[in-house]
Design a protein around this ligand. Sequence first.
Ligand code: SF4
Length: 241
Amino acid sequence: MQSTPQELLRWAIEEFGHSFAVTTSFQKEGMVIVDMAARIDAKVRVITLDTGRLPDETYAMMETVRERYGIRVEAVTPKNPEVEAMTLLHGPNLFYREDSLRKLCCEIRKIRPMNSLLDGLKAWAVGLRRSQSDSRAEVEEKQQVGERFKLSPLAAWTREQVEEYTAANHVPVHPLYARGYSSIGCGPCTRAVKAGEDERAGRWWWEQDVDKECGLHVTPDGRMRRALDVLLEEVLTARNA
Ligand code: SF4
């Protein structure tokens, strides 16, 4: 029988303890999971990626989580020498220029720090839902990734279910939703969506015909990976120079 989100979270908390964490950028789905997990274990770990380009409202949400749940959010940050080398080579707003530079920025600011974080975990939970976009249509509730488990407790949920749980449990809501955002990430790469647009349309809105993922959830195609590898190697060489 299919587990409920709470049953899945309880299993992970009991099985892995401090080696389990909720990772979130404080979107509605992530906050529902934080709320559910905190009801199971008030000491559950909550981790966020502080890319250095987050909107002020996201930092405010870290304070809100601390006040509401008594949870000290752990912030994982990119390595300064890598960020410095990347911005020296390509400028601070490289992501607007081309797709491969945008993915380079996500690689340095998100994926590499996330990989370091996962080294210390046996399981982690994220807020993905299958109905968010085509690229998330295959998301599983429990996925074994190497030796770890990636949990998406809300994989089968609809947006309406998220809204209902949020309202019924008075879960804190990121302030940018009130300004028309439906997906929240880095400040320069996220905008409000218009009526009828896809939920993920506000992410990297200037890009056409590419996946709207940062690489944390999908593997870039081979061509992009090669372009990214070249750019990454340049940055890592400059970092060591
Ligand atoms: S979302 Fe934008 S600013 Fe954030 S890491 Fe990716 S490209 Fe860089």
